[in-house]
Design a protein around this ligand. Structure first.
Ligand code: KG4
Ligand code: ZN
Length: 344
C-alpha cells in the first residue's frame, strides 16, 4: 500500500461531536492528529444534537482535510490508504466520514479500511508503545463502559459492561442538572478536587445478572434525589462532585480487580473520554502497582474521540479492519445509469 510517493495513511473519525483527521506513516507513527471540537454548538442544549453534529461534520471535514494537506505540504497523491470509523456512532455523523472517505478512496484508487470506533479506543493506550497480550481493556466513554479480554488484535472478548448508563453519561447528566454545562466530565473533575468525597455517601450498585455487569442509573437517581427541592451552596456542589467521582472511580477499580482475579492478564489498558479523569488515572496506576500489573493509560490526546486510534487499528490489524470493496461503487454507478435508461 505504501510507496515513496504514497507515504501516509489518512484516518477519519466523525462518529459523534468531534471531527478528527490523522496522518500515520507505515510504522504507525502519528504524524498529525487534528481534532475540531463541536462543544460550542452543543453546549447550549446540554448534550449532542445529532442533526447539528452531522451538519457541522459536513461543513468542517473538507476544510480540515485541505488544512491538513497544506500544513504537511502534501497532496492527495501522498495518501496511501484511508481508515474511517464506520460504527458505532451517530448515523448521520458516521455517514459524513464514510461518504467522504469512499469518494476520496475511489478517486485516488487507494484502499479504504472501515474501523470499529470501540476497537480504536481499546487499543489507543498502545499507540507509540509495544503491545502486550493478553490484556484487560476498559473503555470508558460517553457512550460505553465495557471490559474486554484481549488476546490479540483479532481475539477480543467482551467480558463485562454497564447494563444502563455509561460512566461519561453519568458525568454529563449530573453536570446538566447542576447547571455546569456540557461536557460534564472535565468540570466535575475539577470541582471534585475542591470537595469532600465523604459528604454524600453513595453506594456501589450490585447487578443481579452477575458480577461482570455494572449499573449507574441508581447513582444518577440518588444524585437527583439529593437535589430535590434544595439549592446547594458552592461548597456542597464541590462535595457532591467529589462524592460522585469517588463512587464512580471506586466502582471501576473494584471491577478491574474482579476481572484480574478471574484471569491472568499481562497488562491493563484504560481508554475512552473518561480516561482523561485525574482521579481515575491516579487510582488505576495505584491499583495496578498493587497487583504488579503493567498499566497502560491512553495519552490524553488519544482519550477523547480521535482519528489517530482509527488509523492505528487499520495499520496494526488490516485484516480485522473491514476492507471496503470500492468496486461496488463502480457497479452502483452502472445500476444508477441503468435505472435512468429504464425510466426514460
Ligand atoms: O470518548 P469520548 O470523546 O466520546 C465517546 O465516544 O463517548 O468521551 C466523551 C466523554 C464525555 O461523557 C465526557 O464528559 C467524558 O468523556 N470526559 C470526562 C473527562 N473528560 C471527558 N469524564 C471524566 N473526567 C474527565 N476529565
Ligand atoms: Zn469515543
Amino acid at each position: 500500500m505504501f510507496s515513496d510517493q504514497r507515504r501516509y495513511l489518512l484516518a477519519i473519525d466523525t462518529s459523534c461531536d468531534d471531527t478528527s483527521l490523522a496522518l500515520l506513516n507505515q510504522n504507525t507513527d502519528v504524524v498529525a492528529n487534528i481534532i475540531s471540537s463541536q462543544i460550542k454548538i452543543h453546549e447550549a442544549y446540554g448534550g449532542v444534537v445529532p442533526e447539528l453534529a452531522s451538519r457541522a461534520h459536513a461543513e468542517n471535514l473538507p476544510f480540515l482535510f485541505r488544512q491538513l494537506l497544506h500544513d504537511h505540504n502534501i497532496t492527495e497523491k501522498n495518501i496511501a490508504g484511508i481508515a474511517v470509523t464506520h460504527t458505532p456512532g451517530l448515523l448521520g455523523c458516521l455517514l459524513v466520514g464514510t461518504s467522504f472517505s469512499k469518494a476520496l478512496a475511489y478517486a485516488e484508487n487507494i484502499p479504504l479500511f472501515q474501523v470499529n470506533h470501540l476497537e480504536g479506543h481499546l487499543f489507543s493506550p498502545f499507540i507509540g508503545k509495544e503491545n502486550i497480550f493478553p490484556f484487560l481493556g476498559l473503555v470508558v466513554s460517553g457512550g460505553h463502559t465495557a471490559f474486554y479480554s484481549v488476546n490479540s488484535f483479532d481475539d477480543i472478548v467482551l467480558i463485562g459492561q454497564t447494563v444502563d448508563d455509561a460512566v461519561g453519561e453519568v458525568y454529563d447528566k449530573v453536570a446538566k442538572i447542576l447547571g455546569l454545562g456540557y461536557p460534564g466530565g472535565p468540570v466535575i473533575d475539577s470541582f471534585a478536587a475542591r470537595g469532600d468525597s465523604k459528604k454524600f455517601p453513595f453506594k456501589i450498585a450490585r447487578v443481579k445478572m452477575g458480577e461482570q455487569y455494572l449499573s449507574f442509573s441508581g447513582l444518577k437517581t440518588a444524585v437527583f434525589q439529593c437535589l430535590e427541592g434544595k439549592q446547594l451552596v458552592e461548597q456542597e456542589v464541590y462535595d457532591l462532585c467529589a462524592s460522585v467521582q469517588a463512587i464512580l472511580v471506586k466502582t471501576l477499580c473494584r471491577k478491574i480487580k474482579f476481572f484480574c482475579e478471574q484471569k491472568s492478564f499481562s497488562a491493563f489498558a484504560l481508554s475512552g473520554g473518561v480516561a482523561m479523569n485525574s482521579l481515575l488515572r491516579q487510582e488505576v496506576v495505584q491499583l495496578c502497582q498493587q497487583m504488579d500489573l503493567p498499566c497502560f493509560i491512553a495519552d490524553k490526546e488519544y482519550c477523547t474521540d480521535n482519528a489517530a486510534m482509527i488509523g492505528y487499528i487499520a495499520l496494526k490489524s488490516p485484516q480485522r479492519a473491514d476492507m471496503f470493496d470500492l468496486n461496488c461503487l463502480a457497479s452502483q454507478k452502472i445500476q444508477a445509469k441503468d435505472l435512468k435508461k429504464q425510466s426514460r
